[in-house]
Structure formats: structure tokens, C-alpha cells
Design a protein around this ligand. Sequence first.
Ligand code: SF4
Length: 238
Amino acid sequence: MSDLHHRVEESRAILERIARDFSPAVFASSLAAEDMVLTDLILKNRLPIAIFSLETGRLHAETLAMLDKVKEVYGYEIALYRPQAEAVQAYVEQNGLNAFYDSVEMRKECCRIRKVEPLGRALSGNKAWITGQRRSQSSTRAELAVQEDDAAHGMQKFNPLADWSEQDIWDYLRGNGVPYNALHDRGYPSIGCEPCTRAVQPGEDVRAGRWWWENPESKECGLHVVDGKLIRIKSVAA
Ligand code: SF4
């Protein structure tokens, strides 16, 4: 069995276990490459795991186009969770549309409004959630476990692709004809909101294009809480 085939089988088994033992479970998809692997595994194996995305209002057109692509290829409509309009309006009126460039605090507040609060609504009522995070994505994810106790949300969190390499992801996507975000072919290994993501140079850390004006240790959006403490957020998604 090839390494990739072995990883696929392991990840599929994890997803099956989640569907069996942690129902209802949801998958938080950022519509990027890793998340398309999980989307393919969930939908092709008809696993009862709902898929949702956080529509922050600042996503690239290429990312939004993936919603239609998934519908076209799999006949599945990904649920969207949006920020509360009043909170966005208050932030913009008080600080300006792009105040996240001004300080880490302003950036985290924007992420809180546009991602963290909607994530809480999306996860509510579930026993587990799933992400496409991988250990080798960045220094903030080096110790990522396949299963974590997400005390902040009161549920289990699973990272079924934790030990996949970037090469594994692309071998799987290309080998199975899985659709992927067009931005990946333009130097974007990691994709988030449009104003906070840029292309990286060959050899750069895959997350170097996310919040590139901050130092690596602060580069998390608050979606992933470690040991139940928001202050120790060390991983990311979306
Ligand atoms: S990634 Fe940027 S635009 Fe998106 S929620 Fe965070 S700070 Fe706001």
C-alpha cells in the first residue's frame, strides 16, 4: 500500500468513527485544498457529516466560486454562516473597513466578528467538528493532534489530515480529479480573506501569505483554541 493510500484509508476511518461515535458532527471548510480533500472523502463516502463555510464578506471571488463548483460536482450545497451585520457595521464605522492592518488587536477583533462568532453558531448543538489543518502548515501547527478536546466549544475537534504533507494533498486532489480553488495555481498555498492573504514565493512557509504584516506567533484567527484558552490560540484554519 502506498503512503498516500495508507493516509487516505486512515483519514477515511477517522471520519467514519466521527460519524458513528460523535454524531452530529460538522466539517468547517475554508474551501481551500486540504478542505477539498475532506469534502471529497465525506461526500464520496456518503458520510453523515454536514459541511459549512464561514462567509466573512471579505472572501476572494475564486473562493466563493468553489461553492458552486462543489454543488456542480457533488450535488451538495455547503451551508454558509455570515457575521452579524450590526457588528460588522459598528466595527467599520468606528475603525474603518481595513482597520485590521493597524494592529494585532484590530485584526483579531475583525476575525472575532467575521469568523469566531459565526463559528460558534455553526458549531452549536454538535458533538464534534472537523478541520483540514496539517502539522506541516506552519510553526503554529507543529504539534497538532488528530483529536483534541475543544473545551472552549464543549466538543471534540478532529484534524484527520494532521500528518498529511502538502504533496499528499496535491497527489490526492489531482489523482482523483477533485476541484480546487484557482488561487492555488497563482501562488496561494493558504487562502483566507482577500485583504489578509497574498501569494508567497517558492520555498516560503505555506502560511507566510496570511497576515503577512504580523510576526508568525500571532498568526491565528481565533478559530482554533488550545487548552480552552483563547489567549493560547496556536493554530488556524480558514
Ligand atoms: S482574515 Fe482579515 S478580513 Fe478576514 S476576518 Fe480576519 S482580519 Fe477580517
